[in-house]
Design a protein around this ligand. Structure first.
Ligand code: ADP
Ligand code: ADP
Ligand code: ZN
Length: 211
């Protein structure tokens, strides 16, 4: 499964929930990259500037990364990949090599204004990467992660100017994938403005009934 949608549309939140509910592997390229930056790996060093600016990390790095982490069997959710047409083509080719294919692509539909509101309130655990929202999904204790006790911070790229740039990058470079997957009859549109439980319910419904 692929989760497609602008930054802040709830892909990570839903992917975490659904992967637990259904026993699927959750592959978040954003999380992998942030770990790489934190650990100052070769990939992290190359990716950091792009991420800070709210731009996309070059396709060749991303494709190599997915090749490395993609499981050869068992279901998985790709959260944040592919984000360009070349990435989508590379994914097809990779899966074909394992006689597999993308099953469903969920489009998380959300307006720019709601994106900015979501991301300006997003809090991320500096230790384990868990995600909260000041208003919509607050931690039990202010500033502290429910799961690990780590300190909650605002991501540098969640500041408003960077968010606007990321939204623009999404429109220009990622949104062509909507048509790409529509043509293959794989796209399912979700109203991502609904609350967290409601979107989860809808996902489970589509997976159960096929539509
Ligand atoms: P969000 O969850 O807010 O949509 P991510 O955590 O997925 O953002 O991504 C953070 C940053 O990591 C992006 O702004 C981009 O620089 C980089 N990134 C993540 N996935 C990809 C990808 N598939 N291709 C290129 N860059 C990526
Ligand atoms: P993405 O992975 O697409 O960038 P996230 O899952 O990180 O998005 O969600 C962005 C922010 O919005 C987070 O602060 C999260 O807690 C919050 N959020 C996620 N889904 C919803 C929802 N359905 N309604 C309100 N807030 C949400
Ligand atoms: Zn934590």
């Amino acid at each position: 499964m692929v989760f497609l949608g602008p930054p802040g549309s709830g892909k990570g939140t839903q992917a975490k929930k659904l992967s637990q509910e259904l026993g699927l592997m959750h592959i978040s390229t954003g999380d992998i990259l942030r770990d790489a930056v934190k650990n100052q790996t070769e990939l992290g060093k190359k990716a950091k500037e792009y991420m800070d600016r709210g731009e996309l990390v070059p396709d060749n790095l991303m494709i190599a990364l997915i090749e490395e982490v993609m499981p050869k069997e068992g279901g998985f959710i790709l959260d944040g990949f592919p984000r360009t047409v070349p990435q989508a083509l590379a994914l097809e080719e990779m899966l074909r090599g394992y006689k597999r294919d993308v099953d469903k692509v969920f489009l998380f539909d959300l307006s720019e204004e709601v994106v900015v509101e979501r991301l300006s309130g997003r809090l991320t655990c500096s230790q384990c990467g868990a995600v909260y929202h000041r208003k919509y999904n607050p931690p039990k204790q202010e500033g502290v992660c429910d799961l690990c006790g780590g300190k909650l911070i605002q991501r540098e790229d969640d500041k408003e100017e960077v968010v606007r740039r990321r939204y623009r990058v999404y429109k220009e470079q990622t949104s062509p994938l909507v048509e790409f997957y529509q043509k293959k009859n794989k796209l399912i549109r979700l109203d991502a403005s609904q609350d967290i439980q409601e979107v989860n319910k809808r996902l489970l419904e589509v997976l159960r009934d096929g539509h």
